[in-house]
Write a protein that binds this ligand. Structure first.
Ligand SMILES: Cc1cc2nc3c(=O)[nH]c(=O)nc-3n(C[C@H](O)[C@H](O)[C@H](O)COP(=O)(O)O)c2cc1C
Length: 169
């Protein structure tokens, strides 16, 4: 059973998964098909006066398309033992596969967002996009560009207002 909790209750366990093994972001398209992908980059803090979770999604990801359509997402904290699932969701695209089905991941409706939460995970952040920004090459050193953007594909930074934080009872 999932219950609402404070950020402080789950912040530590969430941060322990970054940057590796990673967290699981869900989204859903206008066609009602949900998707899940792994993230290793993310920040929690305040933005525009609201508690927010910022995720950095490259435009090539299917998730990018879905967040553009629906403007919400959830961030799910996996349990120890879900490493194979995390690696799979970080390699395969929802354009080609139903990752929930392939990895036998149960989902349930988000409480305050359209994107689902992953039942098997231990904590969940439900986020509504407040605003977004783009990583710009001219704002990065040459070293950073070489290290992370040799193929372009500059991340969109989505600032998601934290509408609800859930954990296992
Ligand atoms: C550990 C790990 C962390 C990752 N972090 C990110 C990230 O923060 N942002 C991103 O755009 N892609 C990241 N990826 C890559 C995506 O998870 C991967 O491209 C995924 O297949 C995209 O799925 P989708 O096309 O269904 O959205 C990461 C992959 C792994 C394995």
């Amino acid at each position: 059973m999932k219950v609402e909790c404070n950020l402080e209750d789950v912040f530590g366990v969430m941060m322990s998964k970054l940057p590796r093994p990673g967290l699981l972001v869900t989204s859903i398209g206008l066609d009602g098909r949900p998707n899940v992908m792994t993230i290793g980059w993310g920040l929690v803090g305040t933005m525009w006066g609201e508690r927010a979770f910022m995720i950095a999604i490259r435009p090539s990801r299917h998730t990018h398309k879905l967040i553009e359509e629906i403007s919400d997402f959830t961030v799910n904290v996996p349990t120890n033992g879900m490493e194979e699932t995390i690696a799979y969701c970080g390699k395969v695209s929802g354009r080609d596969y139903d990752k929930f089905k392939e990895r036998k991941l149960a989902i349930s409706d988000g409480k305050r967002v359209k994107s689902p939460i992953i039942e098997d995970c231990i904590a969940h952040f439900e986020c509504k996009v407040l605003g977004k920004s783009r990583v710009l090459p001219e704002m990065l050193s040459d070293d950073m560009q070489k290290a992370f953007y040799s193929a372009g594909n500059f991340n969109t930074l989505y600032f998601g207002k934290l509408l609800s934080i859930l954990k296992n009872k």
